[in-house]
Write a protein that binds this ligand. Sequence first.
Ligand code: NAP
Ligand code: GCO
Length: 266
Amino acid sequence: MSFADQFSLKGKVAWITGASYGIGFAIATAYAQSGATIVFNDINQELVDKGLASYAEKGIKAHGYVCDVTDEEAVQATVAKIEKEVGVIDILVNNAGIIKRIPMIEMSAADFRKVIDVDLNAPFIVSKAVIPSMIKKGHGKIINICSMMSELGRETVSAYAAAKGGLKMLTRNICSEYGEHNIQCNGIGPGYIATPQTAPLRERQADGSRHPFDQFIIAKTPAARWGDPEDLQGPAVFLASDASNFVNGHILYVDGGILAYIGKQP
Ligand code: NAP
Ligand code: GCO
């Protein structure tokens, strides 16, 4: 294998969850451009069709499935369908996620559970569904999309931080439990990335000025900008490729330097 071939995903089947748009879409696009066959899901047909159209626009023939990743039965059925219609999944990216920004003492237990369900329970459910075939095939890559909140807290995101901190440890545990089967499970911890999920934090103010949170993030980021979904493409290809075959249980933070920085001195 040539050095460059180590980064190729030719012949691989990659399932990126919740990838009709946003970070998942950017990662899936990079995988397709690196040679992989792309599978994605969303919670209803309309969103799947939108995703399929966006991939087609980029010249990518993706396979889209309707599947709620919190529903274990639906996930098991979707994996069986993918294996029959596309092939055994070589690469799984647990990308689907939600956030609810509510001060903790005002948050209902139902809302807290919903976030944990999508951001933590679902990666467990989906990973559990794909690992048996990865073991049989003799290799597999699982990439969990973690967060700055896997390491840091902030006001209003208690459920999200609990889920993403848990996802970091689920990543290490999958590595510990299945590493001997040549399965690598790593995480990507994006910094603040401009997607629909963070749109409310970047809204222009009535007078045209930047949202105070937007200004706060620029000041906290040594790169002095928000990330774009495309900033995650190289790291995601690396972690899905043979180039990372001895990288396991690692969280690769792609944050423009936020975690390295104490903040601007007064
Ligand atoms: P996004 O724009 O909101 O996209 C999230 C995707 O997940 C959507 O396609 C959404 O589908 C899907 N999804 C949500 N619940 C689902 C479910 N139960 N079953 C299937 N699909 C579901 O978010 P993003 O910013 O691209 O974020 C992607 C991932 O990166 C998330 O895990 C997020 O927490 C993480 N992340 C984001 C940032 C950031 O700054 N943007 C930073 C760090 C980590 P619908 O359209 O149906 O809702
Ligand atoms: C927030 C943000 C974040 C991020 C991200 C950071 O409200 O603070 O939405 O939690 O989007 O996960 O890595």
